[in-house]
Design a protein around this ligand. Structure first.
Ligand code: SAM
Length: 291
């Protein structure tokens, strides 16, 4: 095994470690030379983990055995300190996928909160992309930035603006806008101005009343097409030799995702030029073309 392979397999100083006990309780630490981790299961010196295998088992001074792995982004956001309600891992993946966040994209994000969604966006845009976050409440910054810096090795492509996104977005030709704010319909005018043609807006809201207000406002604005709303139900399963069944508990509800594409406005109430020329009898009713 060469040095590079050895490094990849072993915990290093500064690494995040997820420790899991025999009851599947999880504890997250950052490895610091000379430090010790204290919990009800006893003490564990970080030096016993540093330089040892990721996926190894570590014994506390009280004799309890803990499994040590590197946390995924999903593990991390579930464990990290939080202020405002975070977006859960089950939604993070779908946000990245349905908003089609790609490496190199410029993304405007509304609401920093605890930094969970920002961390996922930063990962998805990569070093060549950029996330510009509008956050109205300066007080959330310290905790959110600490969280983001713990899970993302490089945050130089994150810009946080203390600003009300409902008042407009100053950037232009941005690829994507992702919102987790309570009244996304108030931001629509600015989003329509900021998005590149064909760009995607995605909004996460917890109630269906908010979804309806947003969708109606998008239709009223006219610059958003392909409007879709979804929710994700995720059920984990209990699988043993004697029993295979869904787990008793699940997160039944978190929120709804609404996406739309920035397009030209529909030709409301007027006959498209080329068809009028054809002299066909066209009628617009309820914004639908009827022939
Ligand atoms: N997505 C975040 C996460 O995963 O950790 C949580 C966002 S939290 C639910 C909503 C955030 O939006 C709060 O931090 C709040 O201060 C911010 N916010 C609310 N209204 C806003 C506005 N008009 N402009 C900018 N930020 C706003």
């Amino acid at each position: 095994m060469n040095d590079t392979q050895a490094d990849k397999n072993e915990f290093q100083i500064g690494d995040l470690v997820l420790l899991i006990d025999r009851k599947d309780r999880r504890y997250m630490i950052t490895l610091v030379e000379g430090e010790k981790y204290n919990c009800h299961l006893g003490q564990l010196f970080h030096d016993k983990i540093i330089g040892n295998n990721i996926g190894g088992w570590f014994r506390t001074d009280k004799g309890h055995i803990l499994l040590g792995i590197k946390p995924t982004l999903g593990d991390f956001v579930r464990q990290m300190p939080r202020g405002p309600q975070i977006v859960y891992p089950k939604d993070l993946g779908n946000i990245i996928s349905f908003a089609d966040i790609f490496p190199g994209a410029t993304v405007i994000e509304g609401g920093l909160g605890s930094g969970a969604l920002t961390s996922a966006l930063l990962r998805a845009v990569g070093h060549t992309g950029k996330v510009i976050n509008y956050e109205i409440d300066e007080a959330v910054l310290p905790k959110a930035l600490r969280n983001i810096e713990r899970i993302n090795s490089d945050t130089s492509n994150l810009e946080v603006k203390i600003s009300d996104i409902y008042q407009g977005i100053s950037e232009r030709n941005v690829d994507r806008v992702v919102l987790d704010v309570p009244e996304p319909w108030q931001a629509l005018s600015g989003i329509g101005d900021a998005l590149v043609m064909g760009g995607i807006v995605l909004s996460f809201v917890p109630t269906i009343i908010q979804v309806q207000k947003l969708v109606l406002a998008m239709e009223e604005d006219g610059r958003f097409q392909m409007i879709e709303s979804i929710e994700t139900l995720l059920r984990t399963w209990h699988v043993t030799e004697r029993s295979v069944r869904p787990d008793h508990r699940m997160i039944a509800h978190s929120g709804f995702l609404t996406t739309a594409v920035r397009c030209d406005p529909k030709p409301y109430g007027r006959v498209p030029f080329s068809r009028e020329e054809d002299g066909k009898n066209l009628d617009f009713r309820n914004n639908e073309l009827e022939e």
